[in-house]
Design a protein around this ligand. Structure first.
Ligand code: TGC
Ligand code: FAD
Length: 393
């Protein structure tokens, strides 16, 4: 099915993609236009994730799409996976978030650190969207510095008992399963991941109210009060802060691509508006000031697209580093936020309406700027890589 939307592609990046990558992108592109775009404005105003989209996303294989087919996943390469994230976020960051959390933050740790039994039990059900997951790392007092977490898991005769609270957890109130990170002793090296069914006694989730950003996504606080889980709830190969940080690298990679999608949506909206809105007797796109805006947008999007593609090729070759992922997340989210703001301004008063997209993307991108490592934290990660000196504390 040919998508209606043709995309921003000033440098023929399409020509650098293989047939499968293009086909995946076009399929998701058409699905976003047909199924996501008609409902997203209403979901955003209602402040709820449009969960009726989940079966369609699962059918297209969008959950954990770069994980192997033997576990019910699509087994795509990382460029195709990135293109999925780009197209989803062209629709809405909250919908991309849903897929990121499900795939990179819940399915990936089960795949990377889980036992064969855990993989067989959870991955096919999550790929098919029958089970929704959430990822509990952040705590009320430990956001950028998860090493300080106070959630604990105490080993007992027949399992583990978890106590603590997690904050800002995407899908927290809708998930059937949570990957919860907890200390098994005092130090960060003792951090381990636990697969916790959300109907376990002592587990509760409460939605965060009053969000002015990422409104079409459910965000919750998790409380774990004497939650008993069996011995095999621990992810056996997890150990130390490095394990959750590896998950973050997987998710940040998708976000770098996703941000390009949000920027593309805003650019398209701005171009179309500039050509049709007449003021002082001619389309506003005929004024130099607006052309500067559009030229800057196109330049930044093109650079970000090339950055993502090379990062994806490096990842597929097993050569990408967490620091390269940080650079892409930091650059692309900042770029997309700037473009969304400029597009909104170009649209004048109409730019503040939900019927248009730019303001929704702008508000969403403020969350994306903060989660998965704030812009500042990625600056410090790069600073450390460049100088060999840590400036975190
Ligand atoms: P540090 O001593 O630097 O590292 C501990 C160990 O981990 C290794 N490592 C990484 N490995 C893989 N990927 C990464 N990104 C890694 N960063 C570090 C490191 O080499 C070391 O390994 P080893 O073998 O020596 O033990 O740890 P630190 O405590 O100094 O922390 C560093 C810092 C500040 C960069 C890290 O804590 C950090 O990234 N903080 C930001 C927290 C964050 O991003 N939270 C996100 C929560 S989840 C979320 O937001 C989901 S949003 C929903 C959505 O995705 O849509
Ligand atoms: P803080 O760490 O308190 O930072 C506050 C400010 O201080 C920021 O500007 C930061 O950049 C700055 N700062 C912090 N440390 C330094 C430093 N060393 N040097 C200079 N400046 C510094 N978490 C999960 O675990 N799972 C999820 O599913 C999830 N989903 C989320 C969804 C949404 C919508 C949002 C907004 C957040 C989500 N998060 C999730 C949490 C997110 O990862 C954290 O908000 C983020 O890591 C920042 O933590 P914080 O909000 O506590 O900010």
């Amino acid at each position: 099915m040919a998508p209606k939307y043709q995309g921003v592609d000033f440098y023929d990046i399409d020509g650098l993609l293989n047939e499968e990558e293009r086909a995946v992108r076009d399929t998701v592109r058409a699905w976003v236009d047909d199924h996501l775009m008609p409902v997203i404005g209403e979901a955003y105003i209602a402040g709820k994730f449009p969960k009726q989209l989940v079966p369609g996303m699962a059918e297209l294989g969008l959950f954990g799409a770069n994980l192997p087919e033997e576990y019910g996943c699509a087994g795509l390469n990382n460029v195709a996976y990135g293109l999925i994230m780009q197209e989803l976020e062209r629709g809405d960051s909250g919908v991309r978030s849903f897929a990121s959390v499900q795939g990179a933050l819940v399915m990936y740790p089960i795949y990377a650190f889980g036992s064969e039994e855990q993989k067989k039990k959870w991955l096919p059900q999550m790929a098919s969207g029958k089970v929704i997951g959430c990822f509990g790392l952040t705590e009320p007092d430990y956001g950028s510095n998860p090493a300080g977490m106070i959630t604990v898991a105490k080993e007992t005769k027949d399992g583990w008992v978890l106590n603590g609270a997690k904050m800002w957890i995407t899908n927290g109130s809708t998930a059937q399963v949570a990957v919860v990170w907890a200390k098994t002793a005092k130090d960060a090296d003792s951090i381990r991941g636990f697969v916790v069914p959300t109907d376990a006694k002592g587990f509760s989730a409460k939605d965060q109210k009053g969000k002015l950003s990422l409104r079409a996504s459910d965000t919750s606080e998790l409380v774990l009060q004497d939650v008993h889980v069996p011995k095999d709830a621990v992810l056996p190969a997890s150990g130390g802060l490095k394990s959750p940080l590896m998950c973050l690298t997987a998710a940040r990679y998708g976000i770098a691509w996703g941000a390009v999608g949000a920027a593309m949506a805003c650019y398209d909206e701005a171009v179309s508006y500039a050509k049709t809105r007449v003021m002082f007797g001619k389309p506003i796109g005929g004024f130099q000031l607006q052309q500067l805006r559009l030229a800057e947008m196109l330049s930044e999007i093109t650079k970000a697209q090339l950055l993502c593609l090379q990062l994806g090729r490096l990842k597929d070759a097993g050569k990408s580093t967490p620091q390269q992922v940080s650079l892409a997340k930091r650059n692309n989210v900042s770029m997309a936020t700037d473009i969304a703001r400029e597009a909104r301004r170009l649209l004048g008063a109409n730019g503040i309406l939900v019927e248009y997209q730019s303001m929704r993307h702008l508000a969403n991108l403020e969350s994306v700027y903060t989660y998965e490592g704030t812009h500042d934290i990625h600056t410090l990660i790069l600073g450390q890589e460049i100088t060999g000196l840590s400036a975190f504390n």
